[in-house]
Design a protein around this ligand. Structure first.
Ligand code: NAD
Length: 250
């Protein structure tokens, strides 16, 4: 039997990158999967696609209701993955930019979790996995705002794990390093010499290569599956050794 046979999952930001790879892996392993995304137009069957903006509470509630109905009722797994990046020091981003990125990266997870909790409580294998980042704890240069949002995601993961452990809902997060997603592709394309920039980025990784979306999806799937039934309140690094090996990150 596959790990997710009979389980129902919802993945935010599931139309691209890490979320897409996760939705596809969960479906391959037997789950019924709904994707919530700002632009779900590229999402194909068997994934169920729902448009939602995680910064809009009504949009999230409507999409979660529709997704759970589309899954035939019930929900076992929530992957809070939708997120956006931000560069710069504290001097570079004005207050409204801090509010905008926090709204997606932190409150987006709060809104989606709030909408999903009543359904998760009814599950016998409830798990939430939040996509955090090495930025939560690594002290990366030029990432003050982004790092602060991911630090908040880390704390939120621990607090949610404590709040819901006796309800049988596990909550964990993954901390990816630099992952080869469309997001990173866009950053590289903006460089004067994208190929040279990619080579430099790869050279800075302990493994000499970027993490693949499938590798992050594998970690998320483990934390979402009954195989990790005794694991809650943890952060799993998926960073090619960036933090554990104490090497200088990007
Ligand atoms: P991506 O840009 O490829 O995909 C992100 C998806 O989220 C997109 O489909 C986008 O439409 C969706 N999204 C963005 N804002 C949204 C909103 N307001 N409402 C609903 N959906 C929204 O990015 P990715 O690289 O796959 O990143 C996914 C997650 O992984 C993010 O939380 C990011 O912080 C985290 N992460 C990425 C990396 C990396 O190197 N790529 C590293 C660490 C952590």
């Amino acid at each position: 039997m596959s790990d997710f046979e009979g389980l129902k999952a919802l993945v935010t930001g599931g139309a691209s990158g890490i979320g897409r790879a996760t939705a596809e892996l969960l479906a391959e392993r037997g789950a019924q999967v709904a994707v919530l995304d700002l632009d779900p137009s590229s999402v194909d069957k068997p994934l169920l696609a729902h448009r939602a903006d995680v910064t809009d509470d009504a949009s999230v509630r409507q999409a979660v209701t529709a997704a759970v109905a589309g899954l035939g009722g019930g929900l076992d797994v929530l992957v809070n993955n939708a997120g956006i990046g931000a560069r710069g020091t504290v001097e570079d981003n004005p207050d409204d930019e801090w509010h905008r990125v926090y709204d997606v990266n932190v409150l987006g997870m709060v809104r989606t979790t709030r909408a999903c909790l009543p359904h998760l409580r009814a599950s016998r294998h409830a798990a939430i996995v939040n996509t955090c980042s090495v930025a939560a704890t690594a002290g990366l240069p030029q990432r003050a705002l982004y790092s602060a949002t991911k630090g908040a995601v880390h704390s939120l993961t621990l607090a949610m794990a404590a709040d819901h452990v006796r309800e049988g809902i596990r909550v964990n997060c993954v901390n990816p390093g630099t992952v080869d997603t469309p997001w990173v592709g866009r950053l590289l394309d903006a460089a004067p010499d994208p190929a040279a920039e990619r080579a430099a980025l790869e050279a800075r990784q302990p493994t000499g290569r970027l993490v693949s979306p499938a590798e992050v999806a594998g970690a998320i799937a483990y934390l979402a599956s009954p195989l990790s039934g005794a694991t809650t309140g943890t952060a799993l690094a998926v960073d090619g050794g960036m933090q554990g090996l104490r090497l200088r990150p990007v």
